[in-house]
Design a protein around this ligand. Structure first.
Ligand code: LLP
Length: 426
């Protein structure tokens, strides 16, 4: 699953103890395991080997420059959705030909920047966007590659906020519209519309929605080819699951077993955009208990990280396994998440210091007796953790630390109060 494990009674990341890391970094802090990131990447690549995949890591999931650099050096391309993400990918050393650019609201400035960088593909989300891209490409006398994002109307059965491939969402165009888009724009050459892009949602912990979405995508591709359009690329987006509650995410090979046979021999360049499945289990958020408070019958553990550092529980009521970094004797877990059951635990709410009732990491969770000063780890926070952090309550963002074997280094320093005020000191 990952390279975080309890050894000699305390949590380690690869060959470094977590308590050792936070002694210098302080808390809260995000800690990432390089080996976990790369292993997850390799597993996706190996599973889909038969399709010679172009893996465009979804940078939005965990976008630290050093992590992007690690993945770029490992051969990864990047899925970006903003000018900022494009700049990040390029600074991390990405090969621009391996960059795909999605997003429903690409501005002219972002489009010009992406053309300047000579990215691989624009993933087009609507007719007005396509018309704009055609105008810009013509005015600059360039040809750009594009895939049309098609909304296959498949429900991935995930949180409604992270469902993207059903008809009512803002993403892509539906299958009927897709045909009309090709009829209308598929024969000009400023924007070479030669691909289909799908992304149904995230996380999708079963294979079947992919099979349905890809089957619909392939029907569209075959019928477009029948009409003389040259379609040479299929991008299936991201969405593969990660382990939050237990070992609930199918491994990459399970997805591949179902997807590869659909696509072999189709003469399509195959692109994937995994984010969570690479980064989620590669990171933890470490926080220190500030106070333990009794509220009626419940114990409330108040820690020094808040919803501004990790918003997933507040926003999606997402489950993250939480456990002390140095648990009391007899409470060292073997498994993770809902697999962990101990006699003698106490039901607690784990909350942050932010002034919102939604500022919690866990409700009514069974945890070992915990005291002021104890460190806790919030697991599986490598994806959509730091990247969604805010400055709410004028709280600086925590540092990010990357562990490689027995060494670790700060890859983003803790923000200071001066950082927080700098842009306003006018
Ligand atoms: N491709 C596109 C076009 C996407 O919109 C996304 C994610 C991905 C790829 C990567 O999906 P992944 O492999 O990471 O599942 N903040 C939410 C997740 C939002 C996902 C947005 N799009 C969360 O914390 O669960």
């Amino acid at each position: 699953m990952d390279h975080f494990e309890y050894r000699n009674g305390e949590l380690w990341c690869e060959e470094v103890s977590v308590s050792n890391i936070v002694e210098t970094s302080g808390t809260p802090a995000y800690i990432y395991s390089a080996a976990t990131l790369l292993e997850h990447y390799d597993r996706v690549e190996a599973a889909f080997d038969a399709l010679d995949p172009l893996i465009c890591y979804s940078i939005k999931s965990c976008s630290n420059l050093h992590i992007c650099r690690l993945l770029a050096e490992h051969g990864s391309g990047f899925d970006v959705v903003s000018g900022g993400e494009l700049v990040r990918a390029l600074e991390a050393g990405a090969d621009p030909r391996k960059i795909v650019f999605a997003g429903v609201g690409k501005t002219d400035e972002e489009i010009h920047r992406a053309i300047d960088a000579r990215i691989g593909w624009f993933n087009i989300e609507s007719e007005p966007e396509l018309e704009n891209l055609i105008d810009i490409a013509k005015s600059r006398r360039v040809n750009v590659n594009a895939a049309l994002r098609v909304n296959p109307d498949v429900d991935p059965k995930t949180h409604r906020y992270t469902t993207t491939g059903t008809r009512e969402t803002k993403f892509g165009v539906d299958l009927e519209r897709a045909r009309r888009v090709f009829d209308q724009y598929g024969r000009q050459d400023a924007v070479l519309l030669t691909g289909i892009h799908l992304h149904i949602g995230s996380p999708v912990n079963s294979v079947e929605p992919y099979v349905r979405a890809i089957t619909k995508g392939l029907d569209l591709i075959e019928s477009l080819r029948g009409d003389g359009f040259k379609i040479d690329t299929l991008d299936i987006g991201g969405g593969f699951g990660a382990h939050y509650r237990a070992s609930e995410a199918p491994p990459a090979v399970r997805y591949a077993e179902a997807i590869v046979p659909l696509l072999e021999g189709r003469n399509l360049r195959f692109i994937m955009e995994p984010g969570r499945s690479i980064a989620a289990n590669a990171g933890i958020l470490v926080a220190r208990t500030v106070y333990v408070k009794q509220s009626g019958e419940r114990q409330v553990l108040i820690v020094d990280a808040g919803m501004n550092d990790l918003i997933r529980p507040a926003l999606y009521e997402a489950y993250h396994f939480i456990w002390p970094v140095q648990p009391p004797d007899g409470f060292v877990p073997v498994g993770r998440g809902e697999d962990v059951r101990f006699p003698g635990t106490v039901q607690m709410d784990v909350v942050g210091p932010v002034c919102e009732t939604g500022d919690f990491f866990a409700k009514d969770r069974a945890l070992p007796p915990t005291q002021r000063g104890d460190l806790i780890a919030v697991f599986s926070t490598g994806a959509y953790g730091f990247v969604m952090a805010s400055h709410y309550n004028t709280r600086g963002n925590p540092p990010e630390i990357l562990v490689i074997g027995d060494s670790h280094r700060v890859i983003r320093r803790r923000e200071t109060y001066d950082d927080l005020l700098a842009a306003e000191r006018l």
